[in-house]
Design a protein around this ligand. Sequence first.
Ligand code: OAD
Length: 285
Amino acid sequence: MANTASQIRSSSNRFHLSAFTASSGRNNYSAKAENFVSYIAMIAFPEKFLKILKSAQKVAVLTGAGISAESGVPTFRGTDGLWAKFRPEELATVEAFLSNPKLVWEWYLHRRDLMSGVSPNPGHYALAELESHYPDFTLITQNIDGLHHQAGSKNLFEVHGNISKNKCFECGEPFTGEINLESEGLPKCHCGGRIRPDVVWFGEMLPEKALEESFEASGRAELFLSVGTSGIVYPAAAMPLTARRKGAYLVEINVEPTSLTEYADWFAQGKSGEILPEIVKRLKE
Ligand code: OAD
């Protein structure tokens, strides 16, 4: 079913309540919080993991939408995911922007608005804290919500861009002006080019330097954590496998198994907002 601008507008409320409410109880992925209390108490940290956690010097982490789910940001896949309600080819491609820039802008302004009201959760803070324990720590995120930055992560690559930023479609220059579709219409650059959100759309190249450094960090990591990602969007999905192939101990943290699970040395099943703080606790013990 195709989505129109008015559908995006009219679905906003439903969207807000079901997808952007972390504690709505509608999240398929989440077990009941009270069950998790006992799950965490029972969590079996493999000896080898604890040894590497404490001895490693080089650590890399890849995150996906799942890490922000507990902040109230919807994931993409699954029955409550964005791509179950909206068609990516009509909203997140260059072709979509060229054929209907207003619709694409409405979609991103809507998401920008919702994301501006969310905060980092304990998973984001745990990763920021983890960074301070290692001389070589790289955080690679597919998320555009800026929550890792807000939580204090420093060596961070936002390989799919950042929804709070804009750039020119033609010359690529950042655009910091206000965007108000109603009063100003579609924003234009001083070069005459159209302004677009600074995010990576399907079919587009990822930022070259960030991608190169992310793969380098994956390749040299002794410990690699893949957190809250379905692991099906490339090239990011290749990073955990690169790390594993080059000898890293690979941990996957996810509420459900993915295509990566069979390659993980340890599949830590559960919410990242609960497991990551436990990992930091173990590191400090
Ligand atoms: P997905 O929606 O594909 O996957 C989210 C993953 O997070 C799933 O595997 C869930 O099981 C898991 N998950 C959900 N809640 C969790 C929690 N509390 N703790 C741990 N895991 C949890 O999102 P991504 O893998 O990030 O790209 O998707 C990759 C890319 O596809 C996105 O960056 C986006 C999308 O289309 C673009 O827009 C270019």
